[in-house]
Design a protein around this ligand. Structure first.
Ligand code: ATP
Ligand code: MG
Length: 341
């Protein structure tokens, strides 16, 4: 099918908080995974749109019914609106790289990376969402896409620490199976929730939202010892007040270390004994949350009970998943695609 017609290959990283796309025409974009519908006729008149996607939806959240349809890595079951929202996100990403429904050419082949555990549940939703826009589809697990893009296909372990989930994938030189993968729901979102709770314990009257807390975490997040106190400002009874959130930040960020370390200590001994050491020394961290200061080192230290290992971080946590998807698309044979048209 790809013989005569021009083909556009696309890699999409469908994330809980951010979704990215890389295409074979050189286009690369990232958006916030939010969709908003104006709440009433006033909002619609102010916004002059029927639907808002990405940053625009978040910025106008007071005027829209705001959805983040992939919370915890799954399209929320049974919600038609969330399924529609996923469709809007995917089609928006495709539009950004020049693909639209009324296209005549080229043929579009898309690899979509999603959290490992969501694979079974969400495949049909994704297929329906892309019907009519994409000609050939392949759905892969997010960490596998990252591994493929980095050419870390043999005896390595990718840990993708995103917003909704932390996904593990052991690479053994072939397509990963269910046994090679794990998903935890501790990641950026669970840190944000805990951080919000801890700050409110210390400052019960502080007027803070999860959006504010997330920004503080992205700027000051750390595990281990603090380089300097974390001080922020937020209103208390309307008056801007300095808050010291150092301890809350440390506790919230460190909350993901133990579950991730435990999963590592469970996964690694299951690998064939002669390859264990090599895998332990090729652990790759990706995803936005992997940028927390000190996290890489803390996870590396957690390998001590197994004799130690090496954990490194990817260079580009925003586009590694999408780039990996694109690399898969470029290499896949016609027979390896799910044909939608
Ligand atoms: N510099 C930073 N330090 C700490 N956390 C960060 C930083 N930058 C982004 N994050 C966090 O990373 C998360 C987003 O990462 P990413 O884009 O990999 O997730 P996602 O792909 O949307 O989610 P998932 O993979 O779970 O579906 C958010 O929780 C965000 O707050
Ligand atoms: Mg992700």
């Amino acid at each position: 099918m790809s013989g005569s017609k021009e083909v556009l290959n696309v890699g999409i990283d469908l994330g809980t908080s951010r979704s990215a796309v890389s295409a074979s025409n050189g286009q690369q974009h990232v958006i916030e995974s939010y969709v908003g519908w104006p709440v009433d006729m006033v909002a619609r008149k102010v916004l002059k749109k029927d639907i808002l996607i990405g940053d625009e939806a978040v910025a106008n959240r007071a005027m829209v019914d705001l959805r983040r349809p992939l919370e915890r890595g799954l399209i929320k079951e049974g919600s038609e609106k969330d399924i529609t929202a996923v469709k809007e996100i995917l089609n928006h990403l495709l539009k950004l790289v020049g693909v639209s429904k009324d296209k005549k050419a080229p043929t579009v082949r898309a690899v979509v990376g999603i959290p490992a555990e969501a694979m079974r549940v969400n495949k049909q939703h994704l297929r329906n969402a892309l019907q009519g826009t994409v000609d050939s589809l392949m759905i892969v697990s997010e960490p596998f896409a990252v591994a493929y893009g980095l050419d870390a296909l043999l005896n390595s372990l990718v840990i993708d620490i995103g917003a909704g989930t932390t996904d593990f994938c052991v690479m053994r030189g072939r397509l990963p199976t269910e046994e090679d993968q794990r998903t935890l729901t501790v990641a950026g979102d669970s840190i944000d929730e805990l951080l919000l709770k801890l700050i409110l314990q210390k400052y019960p009257d502080a007027q803070i939202t999860v959006y504010m807390v997330r920004q503080w975490k992205e700027k000051h997040g750390f595990v281990g010892s603090a380089q300097q106190p974390v001080k922020v400002t937020a209103p208390i009874k309307g008056r801007p007040t300095p808050l010291d959130i150092t301890d809350a930040m440390k506790t919230a960020c460190e909350s993901i270390v133990e579950p991730i370390a435990e999963t590592l200590l469970d996964l690694l001994p299951r690998i064939e004994p002669e390859f264990q050491e090599q895998v332990r020394n090729s652990i790759i961290l990706s995803g936005g949350t992997s940028q927390i200061a000190g996290l890489r080192k803390a996870l590396q230290d957690s390998l001590e009970p197994l004799g130690g290992g090496a954990v490194k971080s990817v260079k580009n946590p925003v586009f590694d998943g999408a780039d990996g998807g694109l690399a898969i698309a470029l290499d896949a044979l016609d027979s390896e695609w799910d044909q939608l048209t």
